[in-house]
Design a protein around this ligand. Structure first.
Ligand SMILES: [Zn+2]
Length: 170
């Protein structure tokens, strides 16, 4: 390793633009698909990796939404979030501003409480165990209606103490 690489790796970092669901690694996609008995259109981890080598936005979105399908339970969202935190903590990330896509989950019948408890619980544990601070930012999906965004905001109402802001995603 070059000296400058070691210097860069050692620097404290902040991640300010992270789509949590997009951080799902192929290995974890397979693990969660097996745990939840969900069919995914890939035979191997290498096939998922190949699909992630996307050529355009639609290809990316296709795999992004296929990945989301394996996320069902609070534990799944906890594990996804904690895997992300451990991964970037290894690169000396000290603070992360994490985006999540509620509509990608409520549309599949996953309740708001399930994913907010999983995600926020992992972020709290990451702060306690790893010393990594974070903010949670809710995205409204751009291809869905204003009405759907407002419904999502209503669903979020009991949890606003855990949500630092909102944005329009994709
Ligand atoms: Zn983005």
């Amino acid at each position: 390793m070059q000296r400058s690489d070691a210097f860069i790796e050692g620097l404290p970092k902040a991640e300010l633009h992270l789509h949590l669901e997009g951080s799902l690694e192929p290995e974890q996609m397979f693990d969660l698909a097996a745990r939840n008995k969900i069919d995914i259109p890939f035979q191997s981890i290498d096939e998922v990796r190949a699909a992630y080598d996307f050529a355009n936005l639609q290809d990316f979105l296709d795999i992004y939404y296929q990945g989301m399908n394996v996320l069902k339970t609070e534990q799944d969202f906890y594990d996804l979030t904690m895997a992300y935190c451990r991964r970037v903590h290894a690169d000396n990330c000290r603070h992360a501003e994490v985006f999540f896509d509620p509509q990608g989950h409520t549309e599949r019948g996953v309740s708001f409480q399930v994913f907010i408890d999983g995600i926020a619980g992992a972020l709290r544990d990451a702060e306690n165990e790893l010393g990594m601070t974070s903010k949670l930012i809710m995205c409204f999906l751009r291809h869905l209606s204003e009405e759907s965004a407002l419904e999502t905001l209503d669903l979020a109402a009991p949890y606003l103490d855990r949500i630092a802001g909102v944005r329009q995603g994709f």
